[in-house]
Design a protein around this ligand. Structure first.
Ligand code: QV4
Ligand code: CA
Length: 513
């Protein structure tokens, strides 16, 4: 009875579109970029559920145009043709099956919702779309929705080209075409209804929330009007009255006509400064060093922690699209990348999203990756290849599966274990050796200097022997990695060679031997 009474205000606190709606004790989501619904369902059951992942951000599930020049780029999925659930990732039946199976193991689904626009103005007409629906970009005709000429912003936009030309002008950014994508007139009741119908269908199937693609290109009032129309989450899996989690893709690095805070009332926002700055620190560019991470978060000019969705890289900036520039760390820089992801997952700031990629033949010419368009691993008929799992638990068929790298997977668990604990016992050497704890639940130490590290630090952890979850992990009563002894005063001795494969160590109370 007392427990029940106590739970009521707690649930109240978590209500609203800011709560990620992850199952109790889970704290991160993973973006399974371009994965098939069938593979995601399997991954929820065999890996994400058992390893404490809270959810999956999926690629846009609605019908898109098929681009053949270049040949089936990943970005064709950001050119909608209709709201039918029908893409290279699978059809509606497979989508429903994925949502049910993932929810059943406590892993929720977050949909990438492309609602600012339809396809590019120059794609032409026909039925070359993932479900065969007719479109005519010249006449703005999308008969499967249906949308027609009147539903787009062509008359409203004031630029000569009809495209966004100056990001300092908020009107252009919202009312003109983003890279020629046909811009929807979201103030119209009819369009808001079509979009809300699409999102409500997904909510009723059982998804937990949405990434709003290109949110900066939509007026906050228009987004709010659509969000207000959304159903509560399906009570088969979520508490009565749960609102869909909303996180908006607003790239705000400063210096533009639009700032992220205009969107704070609607939901969370992607904090793009996070990965750009962390990349600089870990790469030691611009004289940045790990010692400066002492006040990481709002202290670095980031948005409030309860508004931020954070990530080291995303599907755009890992290949030079979007924002962040060359400092962004990706799986291509695996050693530094693991450190950055571990730092993110250990640090309390923001709601964390882990990236999971497919590989491509990156080829940088004059600072630009000329293969930045390359789509997911696929067969010659264009169908996406399955994610296969190798004996050593890594993925095959061209899927990178960063979320399965031991260091990253174990840090997702670390974050769950230390959830709710404050950042404590910060230490640094003034350079690139740094460490911090999370209350009495976990501790992490980095050596990103050129010299070796040999220090005794206060961890805050109870005395005992712990298994480092970076060099190995606790398996039953054994530790496959380095063992760390915490003495009765909570201090422990750490040595990390600057040439170590992974120059960092993480311990937590669930990895106590
Ligand atoms: C090109 C020219 C146009 C020209 C047009 C003529 O750029 O000026 O008018 O040809 O036909 C693709 C091509 C792009 C092409 C466009 C239209 O890359 O060259 O225009 O199609 O045919 C992804 C890709 C884009 C891609 C788009 C649609 O990144 O390259 O465009 O999908 O297929 C800003 C925004 C931010 C955005 C980011 C990339 O503020 O919102 O740019 N991020 C999101 C997604 C991103 C997606 C979109 C938005 C669009 O994360 O993946 O863009 O939905 O920072
Ligand atoms: Ca717009």
């Amino acid at each position: 009875m007392t427990t029940l009474l106590l739970m009521v205000p707690l649930l109240g606190l978590c209500a609203g579109q800011f709560s990620p709606n992850v199952a109790c004790g889970r704290t991160s989501i993973v973006h399974l970029f371009e994965w098939r619904w069938e593979d995601i369902a399997e991954e929820c059951e065999r890996y994400l559920g058992p390893n404490g992942f809270g959810g999956v951000q999926i690629s846009p599930p609605n019908e898109n145009v098929i681009i053949t020049n270049p040949n089936r780029p990943w970005w064709e999925r950001y050119q909608p043709i209709s709201y039918k659930i029908c893409t290279r990732s699978g059809d509606e039946q497979q989508f429903r099956d994925m949502v049910t199976r993932c929810n059943s193991v406590g892993v929720h689904i977050y949909v990438d919702a492309v609602i600012n626009h339809m396809c590019g103005s120059g794609v032409g007409k026909g039925t070359s779309s993932t479900c065969g629906s007719y479109y005519d970009s010249d006449n703005r005709n999308f008969s499967a929705v249906p949308y027609s000429f009147h539903d787009f912003n062509d008359k409203k936009c004031k630029t000569g080209s009809g495209n966004i030309e100056d990001y300092r002008d908020a009107d252009q950014v919202r009312d003109c075409r983003l890279v020629s994508l046909l811009d929807l007139a979201l103030e119209k009741g009819y369009i808001r209804e079509k979009i809300a119908d699409y999102m409500n269908k997904l909510i009723d199937i059982g998804v937990a929330g949405f990434r709003l693609d290109a949110a900066k290109h939509m007026w906050p009032g228009d987004i709010q009007a659509i969000v207000t129309k959304l159903h509560n989450l399906n009570t088969k899996w979520f508490p009565e009255g749960s609102r869909p989690f909303i996180f908006q893709e607003v790239i705000d690095l400063g210096g533009e006509g639009i700032s992220a805070k205009e969107y704070f009332d609607i939901g969370r926002i992607t904090e793009f400064k996070y990965g750009a700055k962390l990349g600089k620190v870990i790469r030691k560019w611009d004289n940045e060093k790990m010692a400066y991470l002492r006040n990481w978060g709002e202290g670095w000019g980031f948005m409030p922690t309860d508004r931020a969705v954070v990530f080291v890289d995303n599907h755009d900036n890992q290949r030079g699209h979007g924002a962040g520039g060359a400092s962004i760390l990706t799986f291509f820089d695996a050693r530094l990348y693991k450190m950055a992801v571990a730092f993110m997952l250990a640090h309390p700031y923001g709601f964390t999203r882990v990236m999971s990629s497919f590989s491509w033949p990156r080829y940088i010419v004059n600072g630009k990756d000329i293969n930045d368009w390359e789509g997911p691993p696929s067969y010659s008929n264009g169908s996406t290849k399955a994610v296969t799992i190798n004996e050593d638990t890594t993925c095959g068929n061209g899927w990178v599966c960063e979320h399965r790298w031991r260091q990253i997977k174990n840090m997702v668990i670390f974050r769950n274990v230390v959830n709710g604990q404050a950042l404590t016992n910060w230490w640094d050497n003034g350079e690139n050796q740094a460490a911090f704890g999370r209350g009495n639940a976990g501790f992490i130490v980095f050596n990103n200097d050129n010299g070796d590290m040999d220090v005794t630090l206060k961890t805050g952890l109870p005395a005992g022997t712990y298994c480092d979850v970076i060099s190995g992990q606790k398996e039953g009563a054994c530790c496959t990695g380095t063992k760390i002894n915490v003495s009765s005063d909570g201090s422990a001795h750490f040595t990390i060679s600057s040439s170590a494969e992974d120059p960092f160590i993480a311990i937590h109370i669930n990895a106590k031997l």
